[in-house]
Write a protein that binds this ligand. Structure first.
Ligand SMILES: [Ca+2]
Length: 361
């Protein structure tokens, strides 16, 4: 793990660790470009008409059918055909339960009409392509990139109106931002959203009923807008072993064990900005800063790259309620070197207020 971090340092520093505002603008532009590309391409649409798992008779001939002439198009066959063609193809699913695993290797829009009636029963993954998924239940979860990360890969995902279970959403070493909107992520005993060396925007989404709602590590830039993170054993676990930025706007982090945990003793440089949100009724601390905010090696590097007027290293809380948590509102630890709380309420926590947050509060 140390080798890829060193290898990726320069590329990701530029792409993922400017100020929060700059990250948001960059993600917006990238997403707009990806949609423009999708809408203007002359891709092929394959319409699935069978829930079977049979393969395509002749992948790459442009016809999705499991036996030549039978007209039966399964999801595996449609994916084989779409993978055979460059460009942004589409696969459309009627209601039903479809087999996986599905491996997408060419840019693809995969869609159905309603996630309540259309499910893919095993893992959906993309390691080198843009994937758009809408209105589908993914009971096996979604993997973007590869589990063994040796370099950045050109894999991204746009998720809209999906219900995701299984192992949740894992985005690993992706060189462009992904997005998740209008969706629900519930894995039971797994991690809802796992980000490693990846950027993502999450909006209008619920991440609930997971062991860990969100886990981020190493060169992550992630923004949450109108996201509810609730009923997880741990709401957000931010382990920025090198560098990361996380913003929450109009979010709820409520009724978890610990709401937000940041850092490890060796961690460096998290930008955590929370605005117009609620970090309440967690049974542990609202925000627990377990180190991870010291920034000795890279402070000068970062300040030279980014304008950090809105989101500097440390915890920044504005217009937010941190109330009724079972532990402290904000619990600090050795290593916390900057916390700023503005126009916020930190009341009714059982160990009230802030601890060890230093002179900068
Ligand atoms: Ca074919």
């Amino acid at each position: 793990m140390a080798s890829y971090r060193k290898h990726l340092w320069r590329r990701i520093l530029i792409g993922a660790t400017t100020s929060c505002a700059h990250v948001g603008r960059r993600l917006g532009v990238a997403l707009a470009l990806s949609w423009a590309f999708a809408s203007t391409s002359s891709g092929v649409t394959f319409t699935v008409n069978s829930p079977a798992s049979d393969a395509d008779a002749m992948p790459g001939d442009g016809t999705c059918e499991t036996v030549t002439g039978n007209g039966i198009c399964t999801l595996p066959a449609a994916i084989q055909e779409a993978n055979a063609f460059a460009g942004f193809d589409a696969v459309e699913l009627p209601p039903g339960t479809y087999p996986g695993p599905i491996s997408v290797t060419e840019d693809l829009a995969l869609s159905a009409e309603d996630p309540a009636t259309t499910m893919i029963s095993d893992l959906v993954s993309t390691a080198g392509a843009q994937l758009s998924i809408s209105r589908i239940s993914l009971s096996g979860g979604l993997l973007v990139g590869t589990e063994l990360c040796t370099s950045l890969v050109p894999a991204t995902v746009t998720v809209d109106r999906c219900i995701i279970g299984g192992d949740g959403v894992r985005i690993i070493c992706s060189e462009a931002p992904s997005s998740i909107a209008n969706s629900t992520i519930t894995t039971g005993s797994g991690t809802g959203l796992f980000l490693l060396a990846a950027s993502a925007t999450i909006a209008d989404t619920t991440i609930s009923g997971n062991e860990t709602g969100v886990h981020v590590d190493a060169y992550v830039a992630v923004s949450f807008t109108r996201v509810s993170i609730r009923n997880n054993v741990l709401g957000i676990d931010a382990v920025p072993a090198l560098i990361g930025s996380m913003t929450l706007n109009d979010c709820d982090v409520v009724e978890n064990g610990t709401g937000i945990h940041t850092g490890t003793t060796e961690g460096w440089g998290l930008h955590l900005c929370i605005d117009h949100s609620e970090i309440s009724r967690n049974t542990g601390h609202g925000i627990a800063v377990g180190g991870g905010l010291e920034f000795p090696p890279f402070a000068s590097v970062l300040s030279s790259v980014a304008s950090l007027e809105e989101c500097q290293v440390g915890v920044h809380v504005t217009d937010t309620r941190i109330e009724g948590n079972g532990g402290m509102g904000i619990a600090g630890a050795t290593g916390l070197n900057f916390a700023e709380v503005v126009r916020s309420s930190i009341t009714g926590n059982s160990s009230d207020g802030c601890s060890s947050v230093g002179e900068s509060l």
